[in-house]
Design a binder for this molecule. Structure first.
Ligand code: UDX
Ligand code: ADP
Length: 463
């Protein structure tokens, strides 16, 4: 089957960048990205490429090259589905906040709505690709909906999880470690797999394109994220022990990372992992394991989340106790709010939870993040439902200038590892702060010796 028209439902952090790269690498394919959110689509179409809704280094240029040629952003979901041979589903699958599985299972209502819409609109055979991370066996549910509400149209469901990490999305999409495609073992399933393999083969070497059955593909994505998150929780667990024993977690990480069986990546101690995937996917794994009665398996993975929550809480507790057990009315500057550098995404960012703890102690939080807006910060805090918006507004302010954020502060907390923080004039910052001036480096980013020489009371994680 020659593919000339594809669409993607969901113009978010996964759908947007992935489709931009497919469009760039496959000029013969018309790629339409659709979303219900009109504002989001308008921003993807903004003539100023600095305004596209997802910040990723290099993405603006790539969107600019193809947009209007073979890459389109639109709110006309039905039309895009009707015209496409392959439909990628890339909508959000947050953790359920209600009903059975609350706080654990993925909320599949958006996926189900998409499936019903595809079933209603399609007039010819389609390949439907799960791009969002989904619980194992979601493909079965999608297939059920498509086969039973459609108009005799044949659907093939593929699982093609996206492994890109935010902040490095463009690089990860251009040079993926692997592309995983799961499909049915039937001849029709294999034909569908081949159609998708042929798209990726435009830029990904064949030996990096893995094909499996649908369930292996779905479970591999959850497993990869669980293993990565587990490494962060493992090193964070050691960081607390390091603080008690006089070991330095950075040295421990370097020493163990040189063992080729362990490897050096993902061993950076931090205030805790964030992002839309790790916690959600592990909760999913825990939920699935429990539903099969595998309680030891569930408890094993749940511990990764328990450790991560502990690490965030421990960071805020340490700020309170170091500042003489009272931070009421004290200004505490936050450098960084995004869950990692080079993204404007704040989902599950450790900064949100640390701020929540410190606001409970009535501290005044002054935030500077190069890419996150004040509206987003407020909405992140509102989402926790600890306080009303008006109460949050009293305790949190945002600054466009980091030096202003730090002026007259008692302490600075580093919550995101933005490179620019390393380049600041730290002497100037020190001079503008109340003394003693503290830095709590939640990312082990700054040169501690230099800061101590200036006069800061500097603390990093795990030493
Ligand atoms: C992750 C997976 O890496 C990616 O393959 C998947 O597609 C989506 O989930 P992402 O959440 O975008 O990607 O970012 P990632 O780089 O994995 O970082 C996740 C969190 O872990 C961040 O908060 C990061 O700061 C933290 N982290 C990562 C650490 O604290 N220490 C580390 O050593 C690595
Ligand atoms: P991800 O990080 O997985 O890309 P995002 O939340 O950034 O998640 O993006 C998901 C997008 O999917 C959102 O912009 C949302 O508006 C969109 N979306 C959700 N349901 C539908 C739907 N039924 N039709 C079209 N778009 C949808």
């Amino acid at each position: 089957m020659k593919i000339t028209n594809i669409c993607c439902i969901g113009a978010g952090y996964v759908g947007g960048p992935t489709m931009a790269i497919i469009a760039q690498k496959c000029p013969h394919i018309k790629v339409t990205v659709v979303d219900l959110n009109e504002d989001r689509i308008a921003r993807w179409n903004d003539t100023n490429l600095d305004n596209i809704p997802v910040y990723e280094p290099g993405l603006g240029t790539i969107v600019g090259e193809s947009r209007g040629k073979n890459l389109f952003f639109s709110t006309q979901v039905d039309k895009a589905i009707d015209e496409a041979q392959i439909i990628f589903i890339s909508v959000n699958t947050p953790t359920k906040t209600y009903g059975s599985g609350k706080g654990m299972a993925a909320d599949l209502k958006y996926i189900e709505l998409c499936a019903r819409q595809i079933a209603r609109v399609s007039k010819d055979d389609k390949i439907v690709v799960e791009k969002s991370t989904l619980p194992v066996r979601t493909a079965e549910a999608i297939k059920n909906i498509l086969d039973n509400t459609g108009n005799g149209v044949q659907f093939q469901i593929l699982s093609n999880p996206e492994f890109l990490a935010e902040g490095t999305a463009v690089e990860d999409l251009l040079k993926p470690d692997r592309v995983l495609i799961g499909g049915d073992t039937t001849p029709e399933g294999q034909k569908a797999i081949k159609a998708l393999v042929d798209i990726y083969a435009n830029w990904v070497p064949n030996d990096k394109i893995l094909t499996t059955n649908v369930w292996s593909s779905e479970l591999s994505k959850l497993t990869a994220n669980a293993f990565l998150a587990q490494r962060v929780s493992s090193i964070n667990a050691m960081s607390e022990l390091c603080e008690k024993t006089g070991a330095d977690v950075n040295e421990v990480a370097r020493a163990i990372g040189m063992d080729s069986r362990i490897g050096s990546k993902f061993l950076k101690a931090s205030v805790g992992f964030g992002g839309s995937c790790f916690q959600k996917d592990i909760l999913n794994l825990v939920y699935i394991s429990k539903s099969f009665g595998l309680h030891q398996v569930a408890d094993y993975w749940e511990q990764v989340i328990i450790m991560n929550d502990h690490q965030k809480r421990r960071f805020s507790k340490n700020i309170v106790s170091t500042l003489y057990n009272t931070i009421a009315d004290k200004k505490i500057a936050f450098l960084g709010w995004a869950f990692k550098k080079d993204t404007n995404d704040t989902r599950e960012s450790a900064a949100i939870y640390v701020a929540d703890d410190l606001i409970n102690e009535q501290a005044n939080i002054a935030v500077y993040d190069p890419k996150v807006t004040h509206t987003q910060i407020l909405s992140d805090l509102d989402y926790l439902e600890t306080r009303t918006t008006d109460q949050n507004k009293k305790f949190i302010t945002s600054f466009n200038d980091p030096y202003e954020a730090c002026k007259n502060a008692h302490a600075i907390a580093i919550l995101t590892e933005w490179d620019e923080f390393k380049e600041y004039d730290w002497q100037k910052i020190y001079d503008s702060m109340l003394k003693p001036a503290f830095v709590f480096d939640g990312r082990n980013l700054l040169d501690g010796a230099k800061l101590k020489a200036i006069g800061f009371q500097y603390q990093e994680i795990g030493s």
